[in-house]
Design a protein. Structure first.
Length: 153
């Protein structure tokens, strides 16, 4: 096992690169992940292990995000908390917004959230080598995952 350092936002990317992305609105697959490719069983095992770690870190980040939304947001009548991006919104005759001011609380949230996502964290994983994937054919960009793979001479 080896340790690598990723920024917290990269755990989101890594999880998507491994598992794929599904559109939350319609449930359709936007991209397939590396785990859906034909892989040797031992390689799939280690990728699933890595996926679990990335997913756990992503879930921890989402919990922090919820706390930040509570910190900067406003609660509505149903108990939902949100941070409107704009305040003092002016609507046209059809009720569509035409102007407004940026909510300073939204900017504070955004600044704190972005600073948090740029913090680094170590992840322990199999010592992946490029040759481990020589039979894999993928159309996906695996930018974050490739940071965890060693190229051999």
């Amino acid at each position: 096992m080896v340790k690598s350092t990723l920024k917290l936002y990269e755990f989101y990317n890594l999880e998507a690169e491994l598992n794929g992305v599904i559109d939350q609105k319609n449930g359709q697959q936007i991209s397939t992940g590396l785990l859906l490719e034909r892989l040797k069983v031992n390689l799939k095992y280690w990728l699933q292990d890595l996926s679990k770690k990335a997913t756990t870190e992503k879930e921890a980040c989402e919990a922090i995000k919820k706390d930040l939304i509570k910190k900067y947001g406003e609660q509505d009548d149903q108990g939902n908390v949100s941070i409107p991006q704009f305040i003092n919104v002016v609507n046209d005759a059809d009720g569509k917004p035409v102007s407004g001011d940026i909510n300073p609380k939204f900017l504070e949230f955004q600044n704190e959230w972005n600073a948090f996502l740029n913090e680094e964290k170590e992840i322990e994983h199999k010592d992946f080598k490029l040759s481990d994937f020589e039979d894999v054919k993928s159309d996906n960009a695996l930018t974050t995952f490739f940071k965890l793979v060693k190229a051999e001479d």
